[in-house]
Design a protein around this ligand. Structure first.
Ligand code: AMP
Ligand code: MG
Length: 413
């Protein structure tokens, strides 16, 4: 059945809304120099080059014996005399001549004159005499100088969010400090006369405020500076006052609730009066009322009040927007197509982000099933499901067994 809702001409598609956001945002100005350990999770503001080769010298990948490849037997066996030892951090001082070899350990510099390592399990040793049979390859078990990184090579590019491997990589080339973009300042608050903060006793008609807590979690994981402005009551005066105070010193303002067209919904009107609205409706479910705009120099996102809608719109729109403002290179969402075990209800006209459970079946293949209850107030769905099932605008149902697009929560923050 079609309803007026399905073909609302004033709604943008999800793609159009994302495009509008991308076009209207810029990375923040401002960088800081940080010790690499403190830079974890931050966005690199410079390309980083290596001044050294890694590894800085040819070294052994095994514990064994360093030999000259030319000495390896083509048939039968050969006996070499061990004349020195190369330990990690303590290279062998001798130069190995034909007929000789050196004891060598993993990570030790390849002894001068040698180019090949024979694993200790593959030799017979009797005093200083080492017997080697056939079956070895010239040059084997040697990690060549610069194998990982060459002098002058770009090891990390500006715009990358630094992960633990990057911090290790920077240290492997001897870099102790890097330039990163400054942190974004994000202020957020909930709107609603019915909201009670945790720690207080619920009065008649009240519900606990959950959006401010989910937002706190998502923003903390993203690594921005967060300013929690509490709950703002449903009056035009309080809403305006909160907007102006949030705009004073923050890059981004995020609110939840008050973006529908009810009598007590002041967010969009206030934004229209004291700021600029770019769009306020997106053809999606959940999360149709989503306001994007500006107040003075702050970017504004008015998320819907329903707890699932607030999270979905955060992940799909606010997260990429904040990343762009943080100076991060575009992150392609992790999405894949898998068979859906459940039949899904859906009306054409809006793109839906249903909650699903992605798992492996007995054959070891990935499959998804519906979490079940899909209401925008069912916050348990965001806690117990592990992925979005993304159903395109035109789709009007999913028959059990058909392929659907999923986005695992594991790729989100
Ligand atoms: P609204 O967009 O303000 O009309 O809110 C839509 C629904 O979300 C209503 O049922 C609200 O009670 C609920 N809601 C709004 N804000 C919050 C919040 N911060 N935490 C939990 N539920 C909320
Ligand atoms: Mg409200």
């Amino acid at each position: 059945m079609k309803t007026c809702d399905d073909y609302d001409q004033t709604s943008l598609s999800v793609e159009q809304a994302l495009e509008r956001i991308t076009q209207n945002l810029h990375p923040v100005h401002g960088e800081e120099q940080l010790a690499i350990r403190s830079a974890l999770g931050r966005i690199l503001a410079q390309d980083v080059f290596s001044q050294i080769n890694v590894p800085p010298h040819d070294n052994s990948a095994m514990d064994g014996y360093a030999v000259r490849g030319a000495d390896l037997p083509l048939q039968g066996q050969v006996q070499l005399t061990m004349i020195g030892t190369s330990l990690a951090g303590k290279p062998c001082s001798e130069t190995i001549q034909s007929g000789q070899c050196a004891r060598i350990f993993t990570g030790a510099v390849i002894a001068k004159g040698t180019d090949t390592v024979i694993m200790q399990e593959h030799v017979e040793q009797s005093g200083d005499i080492i017997t080697i049979k056939t079956g070895h390859k010239n040059g084997q078990h040697v990690r060549p100088l610069g194998e990982d990184i060459k002098i002058g090579q770009t090891v990390l590019k500006a715009g990358k969010q630094l992960i633990p491997a990057d911090i290790g990589l920077l240290s492997s080339v001897g870099i102790s400090e890097v330039k990163v973009f400054r942190r974004l300042r994000v202020a957020f608050f909930s709107t609603g006369d019915e909201l009670c903060p945790v720690g207080e006793v619920l009065q008649a008609g009240q519900i606990y405020d959950s959006n401010r807590y989910t937002l706190h979690g998502m923003l903390t994981r993203l690594g921005v500076d967060i300013i929690d402005m509490g709950v703002v009551r449903d009056t035009p005066e309080e809403t305006e006052e909160a907007f102006l105070s949030a705009a004073e010193n923050n890059d981004v303002i995020i609110t939840s609730g008050g973006v529908s067209v009810g009598d007590a919904d002041y967010v969009t009107d206030t934004l229209r009066r004291i700021g600029e609205i770019n769009f306020w409706k997106v053809a999606m479910k959940p999360g149709k009322p989503l306001t994007f705009g500006k107040i003075q120099n702050s970017t504004f996102f008015g998320l819907p009040g329903n707890p699932v809608s607030a999270m979905v719109t955060f992940y799909q729109f606010v997260l990429p927007a904040l990343r762009q403002m943080m100076g991060q290179n575009k992150v392609t969402p992790l999405r894949m197509t898998v068979p859906c075990l459940s039949a899904l209800k859906k009306r054409a006209g809006r793109l839906e982000f249903q909650r699903g459970i992605l798992e492996t079946n007995e054959q070891g293949d990935l499959v998804v099933k519906s979490f079940g209850k899909q209401g925008s107030g069912i916050l348990t769905s965001m806690s117990q499901a592990n992925c979005f099932i993304i159903l395109p605008k035109d789709c009007d149902k999913v028959v059990a067994g058909s392929e659907v697009l999923v986005e695992p929560f594991a790729g989100l923050i």
